[in-house]
Design a protein around this ligand. Structure first.
Ligand SMILES: *Cc1c(COP(=O)(O)O)cnc(C)c1O
Length: 220
């Protein structure tokens, strides 16, 4: 099942759109099956689960942390995480920088932008991001590479609304890309789109889709 799903999905993605296979709550055997079919990028939401999986699975997997990251847990994933998608505060960014510095590595991150109408979703709004980029302490974060933005649309059947939300993420992306504080960062990525809305996201310019259920089946 996983093999067929992956194949179909990959065929349908335009070139330049990277597929992140979201494997949260799925067993290592499922990840291995996808890996053996050429999938290298996986997304996880929970720190302990990610640490356990990374320890036993092949070392060339690119682990994307896509959940809500608590500051006191950054240290556990700092040594190996490939990209942190959900950075939603300056405080968290500073902690990631601190842990990256300790082990002398640079960590790539995406800034999570609040685009949905639901209150429950995390993220910066446009003004907060600009405020952070303008902060005189921002350039001190020498162990951080800001690679772009991430967003989640409202869970709704209203495609017009989803499209508007993804377009608002695109606006933030183009806005911050020009910010002088990011002149030395390669800001190229828009992480948007999940199983239910990835086609809309792609039409809005997504460069990374995070897809779980359509590959691994639904979660309990
Ligand atoms: C779970 C999750 C996904 C994948 O969701 P599916 O609907 O299974 O494709 C994508 N992004 C985030 C942030 C998630 O938590």
């Amino acid at each position: 099942m996983i093999q067929g799903n992956l194949k179909r999905l990959k065929k349908s993605l335009p070139q330049g759109v990277k597929l992140i296979a979201v494997s949260k709550k799925k067993p290592e055997s499922a990840i291995l099956e996808a890996y053996e079919n050429g999938q290298l990028d996986f997304g996880e939401n929970y720190v302990q689960e990610l640490v356990d999986k990374a320890e036993s699975l092949p070392k060339d997997i690119h682990w994307h942390f896509i959940g809500h990251l608590q500051r006191n847990k950054v240290k556990y994933i700092a040594p190996f995480v490939y990209l942190i998608h959900g950075v939603d505060s300056f405080k968290l960014l500073k902690e990631i920088n601190k842990q990256a510095k300790k082990i002398d590595r640079e960590i790539s991150v995406l800034l999570q932008i609040h685009i949905a109408q639901e209150d429950s979703k995390f993220g910066f709004d446009d003004a907060e991001v600009i405020e952070m980029l303008n902060d005189p302490r921002f350039p001190d974060l020498e162990h951080i590479a800001i690679r772009g933005v991430m967003g989640m649309a409202t869970n709704t059947n209203n495609t017009t609304q989803i499209e508007a939300e993804f377009n608002s993420l695109k606006d933030v992306f183009y806005h911050i890309r020009q910010h002088p504080a990011l002149a030395d960062h390669a800001v190229t990525e828009m992480s948007m789109g999940m199983t239910q809305d990835y086609q809309i996201a792609i039409n809005c310019g997504s460069t990374m889709v995070r897809i779980g259920s359509a590959i691994f089946g639904s979660r309990k």
